[in-house]
Structures are given as structure tokens and as C-alpha cells.
Design a protein around this ligand. Structure first.
Ligand code: PRX
Length: 654
């Protein structure tokens, strides 16, 4: 985060305590903090028993004898899909709507828990018929349609780890993820609706699995009805497979530590990391955080998490948390501005949404579109708002509460990561007097701190690196197939503690303010993208000799990608080249990684040891005074780059 952003953070001094009425009726009472503080492990044991059904009771709550390889709820057996679906039907809530699904063109489906149970059982049987058994990996590459949730739960039912790949990723990104996880089946669709048009998905799958040695079948949901290429013997229509399958399926309880899923996320190197989550601990923390952070009363609330199922927020707060708690929720296929800029608010009004969970980038976009778009709809059912994915600037926080929340709803700014599995730092809405822009304090049961370079906790009023000081149930257990990288990435910087990769500040009261990544990971619209990944994509283009990528602060998306490239001898700079390079990155990774700006330069600033000084490039991209350039081999390089930048050789996004 820039210095400007930081001072903005510190300007808003108001506190927002919950109303007396909210506090009195809140699900979380302040005893929760004391309970956790007096006996942390016992606290998690009670949450596990309270929120989850165990087929076999666990023994030890936490085995931390071989840190950082944790085992939670040792010996316990459970089935995650049973917990998310069947038990609610057995408890008499079969007629409760689990998912109000809204398609972008305006079609909709209401799926009750009873219907969800039948669909998940059918899908589990269909996957079994395709040869999927416990431990096999299934890749899921779908738009935001109910089948994504059904497929994930069917995998959970079988104990077959899923690997959901965001539908906006390119075929190349999909291919590398399928390859790394050695997926046996891919679940996809003919396409989905986006911005009023049917966009295709199946061709990307065909390209990605063409040379795969692991994929045996592709299960295809019919969503748009467009023509698709078909590989006989390999491809199977979802409707045909489920139509033949029984609505009854006997689940197998899985070990608490059995892998529930792998989800790839960007790290500081070019290869995405396969974050590995388990069944027991992960589900407990999803259910716990969803219940207390969102003040959930399943019989009354309509919860809407706007995240795509392809990201961890979609996993934990569109699938596992809400469904474990028997909630009714909304799922929306499309974009917020189709067919008009009030679409989200229309959906809130239509379904009587009570709890909304979204990202600052969306809030800032709505601010840009103006209050009137929101005011056209009746949002009086909303009673709680959440934010996730990046630091929320106080202005956006206050706007969100005032315009969307009618100046009455608490706002919870929730900090967590793909790796942490579920929310870690957040206000509790009936208890905390929130400060706009601060995620406040670790949740009961979670231990975090801010430390300096040498690992010493910083005093109040100072900043440093965010670390997690005790294991937590939803923590990643390792990186898929790469224990070394797991140790190295998270546990070597501050031995004994988990290094989150984020900068943070403790204010004078000890409350936490997240300040953004301190590594080479960018955060664009709440999505994690590594600078190295985009650089590798750029240098794989024949015209590019060298590339350096930085995340420059952006008023709407948090950060925007700015690329500095050196072209090969004969290549010409100009609009066409910039467009070509941007398209190339889209091809290689996906549209989310497309640089906002491409800057052709003659040289890149490097240290004497040859390392690119991204910090300086970031200064240029953000138009700041240059930092210290004395370690550069040739400090005039920066003057040249800066001149080029202001002189217009930079090609802005068309
Ligand atoms: O930098 C932090 C930022 O998002 C990163 C995690 O990204 P990802 O694994 O994609 O998960 C996003 C959704 C959980 C973090 O390292 N981040 C997430 N939430 C916040 C945040 N930064 C500040 N405040 C938040 N509330």
C-alpha cells in the first residue's frame, strides 16, 4: 500500500459499535473470547462437537508434535457432504431453500436442502460410475451455476479431493493445474453467461486435456446450449450421467485429516501452489466463522457471498460454511452491471438478503457508479455487511455502511487467505466497536501478532509483518506434493510462526490494520496474482526479451498490473505490440492477469547482483519520488524509464 493510502487509513477516527438491539440479539457473546483464551484447544474441541456431526468421535484435539504439520481432531471421522446437506434434511429442514440461484439472463432456481441431497447423491453415483473413488482428484471448471456446488459436494461425499479452477482462467492455467493434481475427471460446462453473452468453456477444457495422461472423463453440464466438440468415450453429458444415477448414496465417513480439496493460488514464483485443505479442521473453522462473524440464524437469514466459487472465498462462504450451518443463500452467475448497474441490489431486494459479503473492489466500483443505483431498491432486509480480499479504505467502509447498510448495519472487515482456509481476523458484529479500515482483532481461538524484521513483536503504534503464532483448525496442511516449499514459504522466515506475507500495523489500542502484501504478490480486484507469473507469460512471447511487472495502486481495483518490457531487436513498440502482449497474457493466464499498462523500456533497473528492483519500478508506476537508487548498476536507467513513462511511450489499456 502506498504512503498516501496509509494516511487515508488513519484519517477516519469514528468508531462504530453495534446498536444495543443488535448486540442484545447477537449470536456471538463476549464470553467467546474468554472461553478461547482460557483453554484454546478445549475451545476448538467444543466448536467441533457443537457445529459438526462426527461418525467417529475424535480423540486428541490437536497433534502438534511435528510442527508445522498439524493434525486436528485426531482419529475423528466425518463426511463433509453429509454435514452440509443430509443432516439438515434429517433435522426436518428439507424444505428450506439452500440456494436461490440467479442466472445472468434472469432465469432462476430455488434448490431446497432435500433437492440438494438428491442432486449430490446422483452426482456422487455418476462420478463413481466414471471410476472416481476415494483419494482420486477431480478438477472442476464451471461458471457460477449450482452444478459447481453440487460437484464439489459430490466429491466431498466420495472423499475425492476437488480442485476447482476459476472459470476465467485460460486453458493453459487449467492444464497446469490438472497436470499438477493428476485429475482423473474434469467437470465443466458448455459455457456460461457473462455480460449478456454466452461465453464458451468447453474448448478450453478440450485444449487443456488433449495431451493429459490422467484425465479419463470430462463431465459436461449443459448451460448455454451452444455447440461443443465431442470426444466419444471421454466426454459425458452431466444430465445423462445424473439422469441414470440413483438419488440414494451411502456415504463413507472420512478421516478428519483426509484431503477435502486442493486450491491453487499464486505465490512468489511462477508456479501456482496447490493449497491442501482437510475435512475436519477446515469444516469446523468454516462453520464457526460463518456462524459467529456473520451472526447467522439459519431460520431467518438470507446470506449472499458474491465471490466466485473458483476462489477460496467461494469455497468457504458459498459452499462449506453456509451449508454446514444450514443457511439459505444466494448465488449469482453474472456481472454486477448486467443488464443494469443495480443488478446486485435488485437481487438483494428480490431474495430479501440479510447478510452481504463482498470485496472492497466491488464497493469502490459501486461508489463510482453513484448512490442512486443503490437507492432505487429496497435494502431494508440487510442487517450485516462483510468485506474481504484486500484492505478496505475507510472511505469505502463508511460508504458501504451508509449507502448499502442504511447507516445501521455493522460492517465486518475479515482478513484471511487461501492458506488459512477461513476467517482469522475480524470484528464480531455484536461485540466489537469497529474502526473503518481495521480488521480489528484475531477471532477467539486464533493467535496473531505483528513482528519486526528479527521476529520481535512490535509495540502498539508500530508496523511490521503479520504472523500467526499458534496452529488453527483450517490451516493448510501442506502444498500439494511439495512439503519443502510449504516449509520454506510459510515457516522459515520466522521459525515457529506462520508468515502470512502481509504487512500490518498495530494501532495505539493494539487493533490490527492490514497494509497489503510484502512479497511479489499483487492483489488485483481481490485476486492474487504473482509478478513472476505475469513476467513468465510476457517473456514467453517471441517479441519480448525481458520483463518486470509491478502492482501499482489503483483507485478501484486496489492494484493494477504495470509491465515494463524490453523488446527483442527487431520488434516494434507501439499500440499493436502492447495489445498483442496483453492478449498473450490473457491467453497464458486469464483476463484477470492482463496488464493495465505496458511500458517498453531499453533497460531494467537491476542491483549489482542482477536482481530487478521492482520497488523502483513501482515508484515510477505510481508516480512517486524515486526511492534509493544507489544499489543500481546504472542509476541513469531510472531517469530514462521515468522520461519514457511521462513522454507517452507507455501504452495504456485500450
Ligand atoms: O493480502 C491479504 C489480502 O488477500 C490475501 C489473500 O488472498 P487470497 O488467498 O486470494 O484470499 C483472499 C480471500 C480470503 C492476503 O494475504 N486480504 C484478504 N483479506 C483482507 C486482505 N487484506 C486486507 N484486509 C482484508 N480483509
Amino acid at each position: 500500500m502506498s504512503a498516501e493510502g496509509l494516511s487515508n487509513l488513519l484519517h477516519e477516527e469514528r468508531r462504530f459499535p453495534p446498536s444495543e438491539e443488535f448486540a442484545a440479539g447477537a449470536v456471538a457473546q463476549s464470553t467467546l473470547y474468554d472461553d478461547a483464551a482460557s483453554d484454546r484447544r478445549g475451545f476448538w474441541g467444543r466448536q467441533a462437537r457443537d457445529l459438526v456431526h462426527w461418525d467417529t468421535e475424535f480423540g486428541e484435539i490437536l497433534d502438534w508434535s511435528d510442527p508445522p504439520f498439524a493434525k486436528w481432531f485426531v482419529g475423528g471421522r466425518l463426511n463433509v457432504a453429509y454435514n452440509c446437506v443430509d443432516r439438515h434434511v434429517e433435522a426436518g429442514h428439507g424444505e428450506r431453500v439452500a440456494i436461490h440461484w440467479e442466472g445472468e439472463p434472469g432465469d432462476s432456481r430455488a434448490i431446497t436442502y432435500a433437492e440438494l441431497q438428491r442432486l449430490v447423491c446422483r452426482a456422487a453415483n455418476a462420478l463413481t460410475d466414471l471410476g472416481v473413488t476415494t483419494g482420486d482428484r477431480v478438477a472442476i471448471y464451471l461458471p457460477m451455476i449450482p452444478e459447481a456446488v453440487i460437484a464439489m459436494l459430490a466429491c466431498a461425499r466420495l472423499g475425492a479431493p476437488h480442485s476447482v479452477v476459476f472459470g476465467g482462467f485460460s486453458s493453459e492455467a487449467l492444464r497446469s493445474r490438472i497436470e499438477d493434481a493428476q485429475a482423473k475427471v474434469v467437470v465443466t460446462a458448455d459455457g456460461g453467461y457473462r455480460r449478456g453473452k454466452a461465453s464458451a468453456l468447453k474448448p478450453a477444457v478440450d485444449e487443456a486435456v488433449g495431451r493429459s495422461t490422467s484425465v479419463e472423463h470430462v463431465l459436461v453440464v449443459r448451460r448455454t446450449g451452444q455447440d461443443v466438440e465431442w470426444t466419444n468415450g471421454r466426454d459425458v453429458w452431466w444430465d445423462d450421467a445424473l439422469g441414470k444415477a440413483s438419488t440414494e448414496h451411502a456415504y463413507e465417513p472420512q478421516d478428519a485429516e483426509a484431503t477435502l480439496y486442493i486450491l491453487y493460488t499464486s505465490g512468489t514464483t511462477g508456479n501456482p501452489k496447490g493449497i491442501q485443505h482437510t475435512s475436519g479442521g477446515y469444516l469446523v473453522q468454516c462453520a464457526y466463522t460463518h456462524k459467529y462473524v456473520f451472526d447467522l440464524r439459519p431460520e431467518r437469514d438470507v446470506f449472499w457471498c458474491t465471490a466466485d466459487v473458483g476462489w477460496v472465498t467461494g469455497h468457504s462462504y458459498l459452499v462449506y460454511g453456509p451449508l454446514a450451518n444450514g443457511a439459505t443463500q444466494v448465488m449469482y452467475e453474472g456481472t454486477p452491471d448486467t443488464p443494469h448497474r443495480g443488478r446486485w441490489w435488485e437481487i438483494c431486494q428480490k431474495y430479501g438478503v440479510t447478510i452481504l459479503y463482498t470485496a472492497p473492489t466491488a464497493i469502490r466500483t459501486f461508489m463510482k457508479w453513484g448512490e442512486d443505483e443503490v437507492a432505487r431498491f429496497d435494502l431494508s432486509t440487510l442487517r450485516l455487511l462483510g468485506s474481504v480480499g484486500e484492505p478496505i479504505n475507510p472511505e469505502a467502509w463508511v460508504w458501504y455502511r451508509r449507502v448499502v447498510g442504511g447507516d445501521r448495519t455493522p460492517v465486518v472487515d475479515t482478513w484471511w487467505q487461501t492458506e488459512t482456509g477461513a476467517i482469522m481476523i475480524s470484528p464480531l458484529p455484536g461485540i466489537t466497536a469497529a474502526k473503518p479500515g481495521s480488521a480489528m482483532t484475531p477471532l477467539p481461538g486464533i493467535c496473531a501478532d505483528v513482528v519486526d524484521d528479527s521476529g520481535e513483536p512490535v509495540p502498539n503504534g508500530s508496523g511490521g509483518f503479520l504472523v500467526l503464532t499458534q496452529p488453527w483448525p483450517g490451516m493448510l496442511r501442506t502444498l500439494w506434493g511439495d512439503d519443502e516449499r510449504f516449509l520454506d514459504t510459510y515457516w522459515s522466515r520466522f521459525p515457529g510462526r506462520y508468515f502470512a506475507g502481509d504487512g500490518a500495523k498495530k494501532d495505539d489500542d493494539g487493533d490490527l490494520w492490514l497494509l497489503g502484501r510484502v512479497d511479489d504478490v499483487m492483489n488485483v480486484s481481490g485476486h492474487r496474482i504473482s509478478t513472476t507469473e505475469v513476467e513468465s507469460a510476457l517473456v514467453s512471447h517471441p517479441k519480448v526479451a525481458e520483463a518486470a511487472v509491478v502492482g501499482a495502486s489503483d483507485p478501484t481495483t486496489g492494484q493494477g498490473i504495470v509491465a515494463f518490457v524490453i523488446l527483442r531487436g527487431s520488434a516494434e513498440e507501439g499500440e499493436d505490440t502492447a495489445r498483442e502482449l496483453r492478449d498473450h497474457v490473457t491467453q497464458a493466464i486469464g483476463a484477470i492477469a492482463k496488464p493495465r499498462q505496458i511500458m517498453v523500456v531499453a533497460e531494467l533497473p537491476k542491483t549489482r547482483s542482477g536482481k530487478i528492483m521492482r520497488r523502483l519500478l513501482q515508484d515510477v508506476a505510481e508516480n512517486r519520488e524515486l526511492g534509493d537508487v544507489t544499489t543500481l548498476t546504472d542509476s541513469t536507467v531510472m531517469d530514462l524509464i521515468r522520461e519514457g513513462m511521462s513522454g507517452g511511450s507507455a501504452a495504456d489499456e485500450a
